[in-house]
Design a protein around this ligand. Structure first.
Ligand code: NAP
Ligand code: HSE
Length: 318
């Protein structure tokens, strides 16, 4: 009989706990989709003494997961640069596949991670790292033959949430607190409001479109913090809304990329977006304009993309 594909989780926060719950609740469906049984083997966290009502054995030592011979796929949802990069590399050294929602480590360590995966003959998958449930990583890969002229849209749910709540009268601080409570914001929310998070995501999409690493430090960032309710009301009076827009322009002389608050038509997809909705438009020569929209943050939406990646890996395993 074929052995089950073992999944080891690094992180059991908003995203990791949603992955654990989904694996517990829909095991049969996931296994049917993968063509193999999928088994959640164990999970590593920072504080193993926290009470968690989740169907998984917990350890405070990430190497208990990495060294477990029953773990075939490591799902890293700790976030941040370190220790995430060391754990990814250690996973490949041990012959594991890696799935992650961590855009920071993928954007910053693009070359090292792809090299390590190639060297280990294992997969590195990160659909969840950009726009969560919206399959824009797959879309960017599928556009290999077309020349992408621009990528533009909303790549951060927290800032869209804040803008839409400020339009409804909330203060910036209250709106940010609500986004944190809903599990949309990063552990350090300055990653959202100062643009690091969408800059990492945009650099991943650019890297996929160009077939080579685009340094996220080259994405220019303007913080959302300077945007006032007065500016929002003024925009509204002209049929406009303020949204935190990510733009990449692929020109003859190079690629420029920025994330910044901008005015958009109130009636546009971006203007209508509230909460964690992401919008991504690829303008291409062969394929015209492709527009993607959907939940770009939140535990379940992110777990959906992660488990999609796990299923793809399991389907490819002999
Ligand atoms: P989170 O709620 O802050 O959870 C982080 C988890 O990692 C916690 O369980 C924490 O343990 C654990 N952890 C932290 N440091 C660790 C270490 N050194 N060793 C082992 N475990 C450690 O974060 P999240 O919102 O789930 O986000 C996780 C990743 O997914 C991030 O890269 C984020 O950008 C990405 N992402 C998030 C969303 C979203 O909507 N939240 C959507 C898409 C992508 P404790 O529980 O013990 O503290
Ligand atoms: N903090 C991120 C956001 C999570 O608000 O979009 C999804 O990547």
């Amino acid at each position: 009989m074929t052995r089950a594909v073992g999944v080891g989780l690094l992180g059991l926060g908003t995203v990791g706990s949603a992955v654990a719950r989904a694996m517990g609740e829909r095991g049969e469906g996931l296994s049917a989709s993968a063509g193999r049984d999928l088994r959640l083997v164990r999970a590593a966290v920072r504080d193993a003494s926290k009470t968690r009502d989740l169907p998984v054995e917990v350890t405070a030592n990430a190497f208990d997961v990495l060294d477990d011979p029953d773990v075939d796929v490591v799902v890293e949802v700790i976030g941040g640069h370190r220790p995430a990069i060391d754990l990814h590399l250690a996973a490949f050294e041990r012959g594991k596949h890696v799935v992650t929602a961590n855009k920071e480590v993928v954007a910053k360590e693009w070359r090292a991670l792809h090299e390590a995966a190639r060297g280990a003959k294992r997969e590195l998958r990160f659909e969840a790292a950009v726009a969560a449930a919206v399959p824009v990583v797959a879309a960017a890969r599928a556009l290999g033959a077309a020349r992408v002229r621009t990528i533009r849209g909303l790549l951060n749910g927290t800032t869209t949430y804040i803008c839409s709540r400020m339009e409804a009268g909330a203060s910036f601080d209250d709106a940010l607190r609500e986004a944190q409570a809903a599990g949309y914001a990063e552990a350090d929310p300055s990653a959202d409001v100062d643009g690091w998070d969408p800059a990492y995501k945009l650099s991943i999409l650019i890297s996929l479109a160009e077939g080579r690493w685009h340094d996220p430090a080259a994405v220019s960032r303007t913080s959302l913090r300077g945007v006032t309710t007065a500016a929002m009301n003024d925009a509204a009076g002209r049929g406009m809304r303020i949204r935190y827009i990510a733009t990449a322009e692929f020109g003859q002389k190079g690629t420029t990329a920025r994330v910044a608050p901008e005015e958009v038509e109130a009636a546009s997809l971006e203007g209508q977006a509230t909460g964690p909705t992401n919008v991504v438009r690829f303008d291409t020569d062969l394929a015209g304009v492709l527009t993607f929209m959907g939940p770009g943050a939140g535990g379940d939406a992110t777990a959906s993309a992660i488990l999609g990646d796990v299923i793809q890996i399991a389907r490819g395993m002999r």
